[in-house]
Design a protein around this ligand. Sequence first.
Ligand code: BT5
Length: 282
Amino acid sequence: MIDENALRILTDAGMTDRIIAVEETGSTNDIAKQLMAGGFTGTALIIAECQTAGRGRLGRSWASPAGTGIWMSYLDTELVSTPSEHFNPACITLLAGLSVAETVNEYTSSVMTGRKAEDTLFHAGIKWPNDVVVNGKKLCGILTELVTEADKNSLIVGIGINTGQNSFPPELSDKATSYYLETGIFPEREIIIRRVIEKLRDYCISYKIAGSLSFVSDRYNRLMISKDKEVVLTAANGEFADNPYFARGITETGDLIVENRYGKMQSIRSGEVSVRGMLGYV
Ligand code: BT5
């Protein structure tokens, strides 16, 4: 079970008003919604040891077995409480992915100190818009929901990080990985949670002030696994005519810039188009 006391530093530092850790739930995003329905305002971090109905985007499911991951939601009823034309929830997904990728890379550098160089080749990157990927497989997924009630907006950022699985069911084994599978180490989940939330909070506040992602686009692009590589774009009505494209990075509004073989640039909005590398899942 996650040690709640080890997370108290987050409440002490004003990163979250409340922490709720439960053994089992359907989805931590739903606990966040129940809190809101009960009139809660402020920020809350909800963590479950196991989710029985973990969700991905577009009704997909998220495997969340007991004790093998970080299944958490960060609720903020204040960040975007009144509708703002500059505020795009898709940008929060990008900031959450960046927070996770940076955290696990930094954590790995700190725990690998003293080990052999070949053991430190772990590198987490970002598959735009919402996956954190290691060695071509998904380590983490993010589900951001903006909930609008009577002219008030609340943000729920659901984050799933595979930390301790030593295998995956057949339908996931070619595209999912865990921190343990990649490093042979069971990470201290409390440290990862703390650092992800600290980063996410800082990034969200900076985004709100700046009204754009330009303050992090270089960092994000450095971690983007498909940057300057060929990608295949698919929309609901089929593949794009000029496939493959080169991914060139994100815009300050979180869109993906792609370039076709004739040098024409275009930006792609997340949620409308799926982006795949030339080989396999990434
Ligand atoms: C996501 O959706 O990647 C968002 C996942 C968000 C999970 C968190 S956990 C805490 C919070 N509470 C929730 O109920 N959800 C959030 P998407 O991009 O649609 O990817 C879903 C796909 O990832 C599935 O269709 C599977 O192919 C794959 N998948 C499912 N479980 C996985 C896992 N544990 N690891 C890696 N891939 C997985």
